[in-house]
Design a protein around this ligand. Structure first.
Ligand code: HDL
Ligand code: ZN
Length: 449
């Protein structure tokens, strides 16, 4: 039995082998080595650690897009997830008073109330300390003075390289809203692209709340009317195609409320989805990502932190995916109650790929439950995770925490295989990890979109 000793550094696996064929794999000699039950946990963890990720959904931006890319300790501690938790820790705190504070004061307040005066056990608090630890900052600091001094000395270009390396993220997709004024300025003037920051056309502001987008679309030169009549659908298709080409976007994305219905009654957004987005996605061979279940503005006083969740009837999704069988649909759902139905729908429709543990689902207990369910029902035909990172350093904790849990669940599944007598090799681990972490942008038969 070959003994597999994986070096602590992810970049090199040292293998002693008395059998099996050796083969080059990059700078690492990989083995068709059967892994024993005792070495399985460490082998799975090591493979996931060194498997580069395409993070298919983030709110990060190419560093060339300037201040649109959020980074640093104050951005981390004023993240809307933490704001929501601060209002719970300090119910006496008036929301508008908080929003009027300068970011540093908001960050100090969060640090004192959530990290110093209480054990920071929530996922987003623990996550912030995972980032502190990775960057060599003191998680027991009484104030943010040391952390701020560290970030004052940061050169963004090097910091981006360091954060992506620490997070094991090779490439990531931005969330690009073509109607956002800052985005319009950036794309109109052009900027040197960082190849690691891929684009994704987010259509919420264009399609949801129709006809709210009509004035901005007309100002961009698209002859659209509120009534979706005349040239409007053709002009929306032109808008989508031109935007996707300009951004070299990987996919189109739209979030949908829990009550979305198809085919009837069709909201203007779903009408536009089926008559404009799906045809252009088909023509450009781009997937469409649907993010279902967000109830926006449940508590407007919390602003971005005020969105909630609703359970969707995924019958509508199944009908949509069935009617557009030649379009690839990447889907994530926000309600825990939708996780199982999404797995079943994916079993029915090969053009439907579940992705990630989105937002309120991105917690250890739910990543574990979701990944178990998906492996049990879909094998490796899903995208295990996306970070949804809003602040650059989020990548470190969101991927560190996710990899740990996905490794535990994967180990369970491989152990069940070993019990049947089926061998599990390092080649199995490498291939399967790539399938889970490739962002779903490679078609199931291996063709790139
Ligand atoms: O709609 C989305 O893409 C969500 O991810 C929202 O941006 C949400 O506010 C968020 O950041 N979730 O993590
Ligand atoms: Zn998001």
């Amino acid at each position: 039995m070959a003994q597999l000793k994986l070096a602590s550094s992810a970049s090199q696996a040292v293998v002693e082998d008395r059998g099996g064929c050796r083969k080059e794999h990059g700078d690492v000699l990989m083995q068709e080595t059967t892994i024993s039950i005792s070495s399985l946990p460490s082998a799975v963890r090591a493979v996931l650690e060194r498997t580069a990720v395409l993070d298919i959904h983030t709110h990060l931006f190419d560093p060339s897009m300037g201040s649109m890319l959020l980074w640093g300790v104050d951005e981390m501690l004023t993240y809307h997830y933490l704001a929501a938790e601060l209002f719970r820790a300090r119910p006496d705190l008036d929301c508008e008073t908080y929003w009027r504070l300068p970011p540093a004061a908001r960050a100090d307040l969060a640090w004192q109330e959530l990290f110093v005066r209480r054990a920071p056990v929530s996922e987003v608090c623990t996550g912030a300390l995972t980032v502190f630890q990775a960057l060599g900052l003191d998680p027991n600091a009484e104030t943010l003075q040391e952390a701020r001094a560290f970030f004052r000395g940061v050169r963004l270009e090097q910091h981006v390289d360091r954060v992506l390396r620490l997070a094991g993220v090779e490439r990531l997709c931005m969330t690009n809203d073509p109607l956002d004024p800052d985005e319009q300025t950036a794309w109109a003037s052009g900027f040197p692209r960082d190849a690691r920051f891929l684009a994704a056309v987010r259509l919420d502001s264009s399609l949801l709340g129709w006809p709210g987008a009509v004035p901005r679309l007309r100002a961009m030169g698209y002859d659209v009317e509120e009534a979706l009549s005349g040239m409007t659908m053709a002009e929306i298709r032109r808008f989508l195609e031109e935007t996707c080409v300009r951004m070299d976007a990987q996919y189109f994305a739209l979030s949908l409320p829990p009550e979305f219905s198809y085919p009837e009654p069709q909201s203007p957004a779903v009408n536009l989805l089926t008559h404009a987005v799906a045809p252009v996605a088909r023509q450009l061979k781009r997937p469409v990502a649907l993010m279902i279940g967000a109830r926006r503005g449940a508590n407007p006083a919390l602003r971005l932190a005020g969105d909630s969740v609703g359970t969707a009837d995924l019958t509508a999704l199944e009908r949509l995916v069935c009617d557009f069988g030649d379009v690839r649909w990447l889907v994530t759902t926000l309600a825990r109650e939708n996780t199982h139905a999404l797995c079943v729908a994916a079993r029915k429709f090969k053009n439907l790929t579940p992705f990630g543990c989105w937002w309120f689902m991105n917690n250890p207990s739910l990543i574990r439950e979701t990944t178990r369910m998906r492996l049990e029902m879909l094998g490796f035909t899903f995208v295990a995770q996306h970070s949804d990172a809003r602040v650059l350093e989020h990548l470190i904790y969101k991927w560190s925490h996710a990899r740990k849990i996905i490794a535990e669940v994967l180990t369970e599944r491989y152990a069940a295989l070993l019990e049947t007598g089926r061998r599990v090799t390092t080649a199995d681990l490498e291939r399967d990890a790539r399938a889970l972490f490739d962002g779903g942008l490679v078609a199931p038969d291996g063709r790139a979109e």
